[in-house]
Ligand binder design. Sequence first.
Ligand code: SAM
Length: 210
Amino acid sequence: MRALSRVGEPVRWLASRARPRRGMGSSAAAGGRRDPGENPKVGRLRELFTGDAADGWEKSWEFGVTPWDLGKPTPVIEHLVRSGTLPKGRALVPGCGMGYDVVALACPERFVVGLDVSDLAIKKAKQWSSSLPNADYFTFLAEDFFKWIPSEQFDLIFDYTFFCALDPSLRVAWAETVNRLLKPDGELLTLIYLISDQEGGPPYNNTVAE
Ligand SMILES: C[S@@+](CC[C@H](N)C(=O)[O-])C[C@H]1O[C@@H](n2cnc3c(N)ncnc32)[C@H](O)[C@@H]1O
C-alpha cells in the first residue's frame, strides 16, 4: 500500500469561519489550533450527533446541514486527474456525500464507487449525476464503509474529510478496512485537515501520526 498524505488542502467546513489562534502557523505537525465549532453550521451539525452516528449523518443530509460540501470536486482531485498521475482501474470514495469527487475521477480507464452510509446523500448524488457523459464509469452505493464487502479490491481509495469526520474510536477499524479494501499495491490518498485542542466532533482532532 502506498499512502500519500497531503496536508493543507482548503476544507470549507473547517476553514470558512474558524479563527486561527496565535501560534498555529508553525504547528502543522502537531495539528492546527483552530476550532471548527466556531462555525455555526458545524455547531449545528454536532448537535445532530447525540446518538447513533449513522442517524446523525442521515439527519445532516435531511436538514441540509452539510458545511463540508464544496459544491464541486475537491480542487486537488481535479489537479491530479489532469496530471494523469492517479492509478487507473478501480477507485473507491468512502463517505462520498454528493459525489463530486467520484464523478471527477471516473473515466473509461477508471471505474469509481462512491459509498455513503446516508441513503439521502446517495439519492442526491444519483440525481445530479445519472445523465452525465461519464455515468457508465461510476456508481453510488448506500453502504456502511466498515461492513461493505465488495467483489474486488481497489487500486485507489480517496478519502476526503471522511477519516477526520469519524469518531476517533473508529480509527483502527478505518485502517483495517482500508487495508482490506485496497490492493496490496494500491494507493491511499487521504486529505486531512489538522485540528487539535478542540472539543468533540465531527470533525475530530487528528494528527499526522494518526
Ligand atoms: C464530512 S462528510 C464528507 C463528504 C464528502 N467526502 C465531501 O467531501 O463532500 C462525511 C460523509 O461520510 C458519510 N459517512 C459517515 N460514516 C460513514 C460510514 N460508516 N460509511 C459510509 N459513509 C459514511 C456521511 O454520511 C457524510 O456524507
